[in-house]
Design a protein around this ligand. Structure first.
Ligand code: FES
Length: 491
């Protein structure tokens, strides 16, 4: 028997939706749709929901499953599952009114806009011309991405969300369309996306809306002079001046720590550790030493290019990739402590001709920790999954395993550890109000766990989450990097 919680709402009898609990027998590979039918049969519950193809093709059965968009016909039911309607006005139970987004599609004239030469263009189109539009064309309109986007749900309604950005890009990349789609995208909030990747993770068709639509349109906006945001210009200026996306304010970590130990393991510091948080770099070197590992800190390394890629300023990226490729060419492993750097080195650099063996510090260290040396740390902590580590690199267990190995540490999971904190995608500098709304939402979740500290593996998350905690008056709770926690354990 499993328990399933279903959101119920009947406008004639209820003021608000509420959850009802049902117990059913779970059969092997039972889907949410099967569970809803089983509940209706067993309880005569009359739960209303939509479905049609039952094969993941029509998109009509979109629901929220534990807060994330999913197809009821594809998602396997689990004990304790919470099934809610998508985030639209509810008509009854799981049936929602999507007319608001359909009206936006009409307003934006999201249909092929082709002038009188359309048929000529059609016949001259080659396969390569349609490659980009094909990447974003398979949407089945389940609205999972729109209903799960943290910016849409928490921060601002002035964002068409991944659904509309993908839709606009479908026509922007269609060689037959001749409407000004870039203007539509900019008006629809092209720069309001944090690059958290949540939309890709819930898309049943694996459409990478950020990478294949938003990032591409940001690059086009830069190319035609309508982007990036003024605050983003400094990233490129800094990179061109000194190879770092931020300005130098003190002696850099690399200036203090450059060493050549002969190790085949190298540290890719990233801009934030080199120029803003050098203490994290020193802690890494010391912690690895405690575990019998030497790490080189090679001179000449530069920004990974993430701030430029995320904001569409792509013309300076190749040089950064080539420089890092040369600097790290003789190492077997390159360790990162910034999830954004790690994700960029792993996911973007191969497109620019560089494929290093990159490991996040958590995946590198989890099996190498000398637990006999770990001292007791009396703290209650929770863990925030950085978007570019959890979704970007698929690493969720290793950081938790490390935390749980430290004696004395009590670990408490927060409600939605993978919910974006709002630090990425150029949002923190370009749209600070969005970053703040998301970080406050994250901060509330952290407070609910009763933890003293929240651990992360990203200097950007560290700074933004602390800003959120401070903004809600909880300066006493600290956002710390996992290296800071390990540092206490090796004191
Ligand atoms: S019923 Fe068609 S996608 Fe689920």
């Amino acid at each position: 028997m499993i328990k399933v919680y279903v959101s119920r709402f009947n406008s004639e009898t209820d003021k608000e939706p509420h959850l009802e609990c049902y117990e059913i027998e779970k059969t092997k590979h039972m889907k949410v749709l099967d569970a809803l039918q089983a509940i209706n049969e067993k309880y005569d519950a009359d739960i209303s929901f939509r479905s049609s193809c039952r094969a993941g093709q029509c998109g009509s059965c979109g629901i929220l499953f534990k807060g994330n968009g999913a197809l009821a016909c594809q998602k396997e039911i689990k004990d304790g599952a919470i099934i809610e309607p998508l985030r639209f006005p509810v008509i009854k139970d799981l049936i929602v009114d999507k007319s608001s987004i359909e009206a936006k599609v009409q307003d934006l004239q999201l249909s092929l806009q082709c002038d009188h030469k359309c048929s000529e263009i059609d016949s001259s189109i080659k396969k390569d011309d349609t490659a980009d539009t094909k990447k974003v064309r398979s949407c089945i309109e389940c609205y999972s991405c729109y209903s799960t986007c943290p910016v849409v749900n928490i921060a601002t309604e002035e964002f068409g969300g991944p659904y509309l950005m993908r839709y606009i890009n479908k026509f922007d990349t269609d060689p037959r369309d001749n409407f000004d789609r870039l203007k539509e995208a900019l008006d629809g909030g092209l720069y309001n996306c944090t690059s958290c990747g949540k939309c890709l993770s819930v898309c049943p068709k694996n459409i990478n809306t950020f990478g294949d639509a938003i990032e591409k349109m940001r690059a086009l906006a830069v190319a035609n002079g309508s982007g990036p945001l003024p605050e983003h210009v400094a990233f490129k200026e800094n990179v061109l001046n000194n190879g770092r996306s931020v300005k130098k304010s003190k002696t850099s970590f690399i200036e203090e720590a450059t060493n050549n130990t002969g190790s085949k393991v190298a540290f890719f510091t990233g801009c934030m550790v080199d120029y803003r948080f050098p203490e994290l770099g020193h802690k890494l070197v010391r912690i690895l030493k405690e575990n019998g590992i030497d790490i080189d800190v090679p001179e000449g390394q530069v920004c990974c290019g993430s701030p430029l890629l995320r904001t569409g300023q792509t013309d300076a990226v190749q040089k950064l990739v080539d420089t890092n490729k040369e600097v790290f060419k003789d190492y077997d492993t390159v360790v990162t402590v910034c999830s954004g750097c790690g994700s960029t080195l792993k996911n973007n650099h191969p497109d620019y001709g560089s494929k290093l063996n990159v490991m996040d510090i958590s995946e590198f260290l989890v099996d190498k920790l000398d637990e006999s040396k770990l001292k007791e740390v009396n703290m209650t902590v929770t863990y925030h999954d950085p978007c570019h580590l959890g979704r970007g690199q698929g690493i969720k267990d290793a950081p938790r395993d490390i935390i749980e190995k430290i004696p004395g540490v009590e670990f408490k999971e927060m409600l939605y550890p993978c919910q974006c904190c709002g630090a990425g995608g150029g949002i923190k500098s370009g749209k600070p109000e969005i970053a703040m709304e998301l970080s406050k939402s994250k901060a509330e979740m952290i407070v609910d766990t009763g933890s003293d500290s929240v651990v992360s593996i990203c200097p950007f998350c560290k700074r933004n989450i602390q800003d959120g905690l401070n903004a809600i008056g909880r300066e006493d709770i600290k956002c710390i990097h996992i290296l800071e926690l390990l540092d206490k354990a090796y004191e």
